[in-house]
Design a protein around this ligand. Structure first.
Ligand SMILES: Nc1ncnc2c1ncn2[C@@H]1O[C@H](COP(=O)(O)OP(=O)(O)OP(=O)(O)O)[C@@H](O)[C@H]1O
Ligand SMILES: [Mg+2]
Length: 219
């Protein structure tokens, strides 16, 4: 995957198992977002994406969403001037009743439903972005740095939501700079460095790996 002369991701191969959390960790510019963008069909890439036995390589973004791969983008990308409810309805596939399910899971969004989404706190906006993605009924949820820029309390809240989703069997591919929390949650993880996978293993194994600890867990 390249941007003009810059090769962002090179020859990587990995699997996200159904019902599991797979984490991609790595420093700034490692190629994490580029990898998700390639899977979502948002940027052209060579190579193959297979999903539930189907070859999605080269498919258009809407076809990939229809196949069940839904991304929560980095920076959340909520529509600031639209209400919380309008933002949720944008994600909706199927019955409107599902929005009530979203409000049950995220009571704070129910409280704020008529408010412009731009007035929510960063953590609330992240919840909105996750809720919106869930309304699209993903069979694979892609999350790009859901904890980025959040206050510590909100980071904990977001990871609690992800742990909940994991317990419910939601398949996730999680990109995070917060390697500690990502590895604690992940069944399997891959380390991306300058566009290449340099290490992989269970979240538990990488958590206790000395090199990983030194580079990504602050010792
Ligand atoms: N639109 C773009 N045009 C040119 N180069 C880009 C573009 N987007 C990313 N890159 C480059 O591609 C490489 C991978 O970037 P990418 O955003 O995928 O990394 P990342 O792991 O998501 O980093 P971060 O932690 O900062 O989000 C970097 O060298 C980056 O500078
Ligand atoms: Mg990124």
């Amino acid at each position: 995957m390249r941007y003009g002369a810059v090769e962002a991701v090179h020859g990587i191969s990995f699997t996200a198992e159904a019902g599991a959390v797979t984490a991609l960790i790595g420093a700034n510019g490692a190629g994490k977002s580029s990898t998700l963008a390639a899977i979502s069909g948002l940027v052209p890439a060579t190579g193959h994406v297979a999903f539930e036995g189907r070859d999605l390589s080269g498919s258009a973004p809407h076809a990939i969403v229809r196949a069940g791969i839904v991304q929560v983008p980095e920076g959340r990308e909520i529509l600031a001037r639209m209400s919380v409810e309008e933002n949720l309805l944008l994600g909706l596939r199927g019955s409107r009743d599902a929005v009530h399910g979203a409000y049950e899971r995220f009571p704070i969004l129910a409280e704020r439903r008529a408010l412009a989404a731009g007035n929510l706190s960063g953590g609330e906006q992240q919840m909105l972005a996750i809720a919106r993605a869930l309304l699209a009924r993903p069979r694979l949820l892609l999350l790009d740095e859901p904890s980025l820029g959040l206050a510590p309390k909100m980071v904990a809240a977001v990871f609690e939501i992800l742990a909940d989703l994991k317990r419910q069997g939601v398949t996730m591919l999680l990109v995070e700079q917060n390697a500690l929390r990502a590895l604690r949650l992940a069944d399997r993880a891959y380390v991306l460095d300058l566009g290449r996978i340099t290490m992989s293993g269970t979240g538990e194994a990488l958590l206790h790996d000395e090199a990983v600890a030194r580079t990504y867990l602050g010792g």
